[in-house]
Design a binder for this molecule. Structure first.
Ligand code: EPZ
Length: 418
């Protein structure tokens, strides 16, 4: 299971390089199935979710090998077009392979992806998008049976700007004859990164980053070399850690434009933030001010993935901060664990009210999901005494080395492998 031991009360200082983005590399790895050639994915983070995606690619017949921090994928030969439950359940977002397999093979068979710690993870929008392109999809016995030998471009209108559904629609549209227009598309930077990868492979995808994306399908594709964008959520995590502990840190290899809502909140909380072209410096006295209500929203709104880590940073702030979680149904599971450290948080449905306290005390706490687990580490960094965060497998899904990176910034943190 693994745990992280944290001795709280130390300021952070120094610099670290931010990893590549998990939520970009996963759809890019699915997209490698389309090009039928060799791709080099640079700055690919070593995460358990990436390992799961690489194992899916290998199961389908691809080669996937690590070389100097890059992942080399060769999808020249596919031997299967199905993903079994054992592999589907290892990664919550494995459904992003559906559109790519359908576009490459003309059929796909996937076990239904499980729910997750954030609440139900429906895929109705994914399936509706693929059906718009002519796919026939049957759901029975916990499996999805998809046929789509002659996909045709069409008008896809997403009821909500779902990140995964946008990605699946783009990938399937690459295998559809004619033009597909996706309206109300997600605008996350990871979608633009997927577009950049696909265009480097010879695809015709335009408009990513906006709400309308156009794909001209059936272009001849080839392999490419692609460098993954920085992970904006990991960047925000480290900024929140330093904001909470006090100190002066420099994060390199970042893109400040991707997390404006987070840096604005931290500045309102009293931090000084200086942004360079590829780095962000944060200085904090450690005792923050509460901020105006934080409402999570689709990009470019405040990211739901940063709700927990900002909450952790504000646990000892002066004043009260209201959070409204508008994206997922159950994304406050970290609150109860923070209360065990002395935090004053009241949760009512989608609203959490955080009243800052003078001090937090160490405790043994349990991660229940990826970002909530990282938030517990930030809470423990402020607590008096030695805490332990258990069930770190959740954290390892999205952070290549959270403990190591924080220790490199002066935190007394150790990853245990019990
Ligand atoms: C992506 O998940 C991210 N994961 C999540 O990051 C992130 O929290 C989320 O986008 C929102 O930004 C990856 O990119 C791998 P959605 P995704 O489809 O695509 C509902 C992390 O911590 N919905 O945009 O699954 C859904 O229930 C993870 O790195 C439907 O109703 O998110 C949710 O309420 C956690 N039907 C909302 O849309 C559908 O068919 C947004 O979900 C699809 C989604």
């Amino acid at each position: 299971m693994g745990s992280i031991t944290i001795e709280g009360g130390h300021r952070l200082s120094g610099e670290t390089v931010v990893q590549g983005a998990k939520n970009s590399v996963l759809p890019v790895l699915a997209a490698t199935l389309l090009c039928g050639g060799a791709c080099r994915i640079r700055r690919c983070p070593r995460l358990s979710d990436v390992d799961a995606a690489a194992d899916i690619l290998r199961y389908l017949g691809c080669r996937a090998d690590w070389e100097d921090g890059d992942l080399l994928v060769d999808s020249s030969v596919l031997t299967r077009c199905d993903i079994p439950q054992t592999l589907m359940r290892r990664m919550r977002s494995s459904v992003i392979f559906l559109g790519a397999i359908l576009a490459r093979c003309g059929w796909a068979e996937l076990s239904y992806p499980g729910g997750c710690e954030l609440g139900p993870r429906p895929i109705d929008l994914h399936l509706a998008a693929l059906r718009t392109l002519g796919a026939s999809i049957e759901e029975s016995g916990g499996k999805l049976y998809c046929q789509g030998r002659h996909l045709r471009g069409g008008q896809i209108v997403l009821a909500i700007p779902s990140v995964g559904a946008t990605e699946n629609a783009i990938l399937a549209a690459c295998g559809a004859e004619g033009v597909t227009v996706i309206t109300n598309a997600a605008r996350e930077p990871e979608i633009a990164d997927l577009q950049d990868f696909l265009c480097a492979c010879g695809a015709e995808v335009r408009g990513a980053g906006g709400s309308v994306i156009t794909v001209e399908g059936l272009k001849p594709l080839h392999g490419c070399v692609h460098r993954v964008i920085p992970d904006r959520i990991v960047t925000a995590t480290y900024l929140c850690a330093a904001a909470a502990c006090g100190g002066d840190i420099l994060l390199r290899g970042t893109d400040y434009r991707h997390l404006a809502t987070v840096t604005t909140a931290l500045q309102q909380a009293g931090c000084r933030i200086d942004c360079g072209e590829t780095d962000i410096r944060l200085r904090s006295e450690g005792r923050l001010q509460a901020v105006t209500p934080v409402r999570t929203a689709p990009y470019p709104g405040f990211p739901t993935d940063c709700q927990a880590v900002l909450m952790a940073a504000l646990l000892r702030s002066r004043g009260t901060t209201v959070f409204v979680e508008n994206i997922f149904e159950s994304r406050y599971r970290h609150a109860a664990e923070m209360q065990r450290m002395g935090a004053d948080i009241r949760v009512e449905g989608r609203v959490a009210v955080v009243c800052g306290v003078e001090r937090l005390h160490a405790a043994d706490v349990f991660a229940a999901d990826l970002r909530g687990g990282a938030a517990l580490v930030i809470a423990a960094l402020q607590a008096e005494g030695r805490s332990a965060v258990h069930q770190c497998r959740h954290i390892q899904r999205g952070y290549a080395d959270l403990a190591g990176d924080l220790a490199g910034l002066g935190a007394r943190v150790r990853q245990n492998t019990e």
